[in-house]
Design a protein around this ligand. Structure first.
Ligand code: UD1
Ligand code: MG
Length: 519
């Protein structure tokens, strides 16, 4: 966009925001993905300003640190004492050497301001070659705000603060939004003439309009189409109201691009999130930060995604994810927790009560139930049995587990890292895998079971269990009278030292140790 004017943006952010009752400076309070200040800066960004000055004061160090992250090109200027908005702009301009062009001033606490609106204000101002133009809005309740006072011809006469206004002026519902465009040269001249002769004893930026008007300079009012954009934030109740309003705006915009929101009132999407067509977002869902959701993906109900990338046609149900990647067609939940660098390839599955951190889950691989996967690489088409733990931490260092492709690990396994299970390998249920399992092998690491026949009848005589055992023995005896292991015989023979079956037997036969693996 060709720019006839040098443009300077000044954001006023030195105030304390007393009514927020917070240790955090007001402009740093978050609102759907950006701070209040961040919203204002991004509304001003399309102006393509030659420089941006942010006046800082209360919590200056915190505000400066934030600026260096979100707007490293902006120049923070310290206003050590908050002597008024006019004083703040004067200090800002002292930091800007050359005089010409347009100065756009924006209060730091109007986060709903849209770029189009500030753009229209600046264009109108520059086209009219005005000395100063204020953004105004007609509001239902003007309490606490500066009023736009017009003369008989409807031209701006002055801006009066509520506390300095008379009854007639207070009845005016057209207010000053705290967003202005000025001609730099005439602004500087007027700022030098500001008095502190008002109820607060401050230098009011708004007085510049009356001064310019009296000097015969052209001053103008640009009326905002939607007054909601001009709402400021003074306490946490207003912050919550702004959050709801912004949520509705964001949600409506996504629905218009072809995303389904099944319950917009309980869907909270940060302004930094990207959604593709035909994504379906179910109720009670929060999408935050740098989250991206691919085409046709199903998210929710009851999902929080933070900085998480979800591929096309994937689904995430009743789950929480931070810094994770979910591949195309993959499925997550219900009740999964994906932590940073959990990476699920295409069509992978992370099921119920499963936590994954810093791990790659290969294409089509499944971790369906009750499992912790930490610091692991799992190949393709592998199944991890239920209730397994990837034991990644020895108390000092973290170690990796590598599981190959087409592996089938048994239920209730511990993989004590560093350890590897090869391609196509199996592991037995209940195993603590401390040594590598070669490709195609069956890894077994558990004690053999022994049954002490008749123990209950002998040691717990007279209990319901003993009676049930006896009945079972009788029934068995009745069905198979010739059975050498009949109940009466077996029960009578039981003792702690006998009946340990097949102690030396090796794994194999029709029922392998891996047969309790789950899918
Ligand atoms: C100001 C306007 C009022 C307008 C309202 C819109 C003035 C005198 N009044 O009133 O007409 O309707 O905004 O919200 O300008 N700030 C500084 N340094 C200071 C004082 C303020 O940086 O010395 C910053 C604050 O952090 C804030 C902004 O300027 O971001 C506005 O200050 P605030 O005290 O909120 O002014 P209002 O009384 O709301
Ligand atoms: Mg204010």
């Amino acid at each position: 966009m060709p720019q006839p004017h040098l443009r300077t943006v000044v954001v006023l952010a030195a105030g304390e925001g007393k009514r927020m009752k917070s240790t955090l400076p007001k402009v740093l309070h978050p609102l759907l993905g950006r701070t209040l200040l961040g919203h204002v800066l991004s509304a001003a960004a399309p102006l393509g300003a030659d420089r941006t000055v942010v006046v800082v004061g209360h919590g200056a160090d915190q505000v400066r640190a934030h600026l260096s992250e979100v707007a490293p090109d902006a120049t923070p200027v310290l206003q050590a004492e908050q002597l008024g908005t006019g004083h703040a702009v004067r200090i800002a301009l002292d930091a800007v050497p050359d005089g010409a062009g347009t100065v756009v001033v924006i209060n730091g606490d109007v986060p709903l301001l849209r770029p189009e609106t500030v753009g229209a204000l600046v264009t109108a101002h520059e086209e009219a070659a005005a000395a100063a133009t204020v953004l105004a809005a007609e509001v239902p309740d003007p309490t606490g705000l500066g009023r736009i006072v017009r003369d008989a011809e409807g031209r701006l006469e002055q801006i009066v603060e509520e506390r300095d206004a008379d009854a007639t002026q207070r009845a005016i519902r057209e207010i000053n939004a705290g967003i202005y465009a000025f001609d730099a040269v005439r602004l500087r001249a007027a700022l030098g003439k500001l008095s502190t002769d008002n109820d607060q004893g401050e230098e009011y930026l708004t007085d510049v309009f009356g001064l310019l008007r009296s000097a015969g300079e052209p001053v103008a009012v640009h009326v905002a189409v939607d007054h909601v954009e001009t709402l400021g934030c003074n306490d946490r109740v207003e912050l919550a109201t702004l959050r709801r309003l912004l949520r509705d705006r964001v949600n409506e915009a996504w629905m218009r691009t072809g995303v389904s929101l099944l319950d917009p009132a309980t869907t909270w999407i940060d302004v930094t999130v990207a959604l593709d067509r035909d994504a379906v977002i179910d109720q009670n869902t929060q999408l935050r930060g740098a989250t991206v959701v691919g085409a046709g993906a199903l998210i929710g109900p009851d999902v929080t995604l933070i900085d998480t990338i979800v591929g096309p046609a994937a689904s995430v149900v009743r789950s929480h994810a931070v810094g994770a990647e979910v591949g195309a067609g993959a499925s997550v939940g219900p009740y999964a927790y994906l932590r940073p660098a959990a990476r699920l390839a295409e069509k992978a599955k992370i099921g119920t009560f499963v936590e994954v951190k810093n791990s790659e889950i290969g294409t089509g691989s499944k971790v369906p139930h009750l499992t912790y996967v930490g610091d692991a690489t799992i190949g393709e088409q592998t199944n991890i049995g239920a209730a397994s733990v990837f034991v990644n931490y020895d108390g000092v260092n973290k170690h990796r587990t590598v599981i190959g492709s087409h592996a089938r690990t048994g239920a209730d396994n511990m993989f004590v890292a560093p350890v590897e299970v090869g391609d196509g390998a199996y592991t037995a249920a209940g195993s603590v895998i401390v040594d590598d399992v070669p490709a195609g092998a069956m890894g077994v690491a558990r004690a053999r079971q022994r049954n002490i026949e008749g123990w209950v009848v002998k040691r717990r005589a007279g209990t319901a269990a003993a009676e049930a055992a006896q009945r079972a023995g009788d029934a068995k005896g009745a069905r198979r009278p010739g059975d050498a292991k009949g109940a009466s015989e077996g029960a009578g023979a039981a003792s702690d030292s006998e009946a340990i079956h097949g102690a030396a037997e090796t794994v194999g036969g029709t029922s392998g140790p891996g047969d309790t693996a789950t899918e």
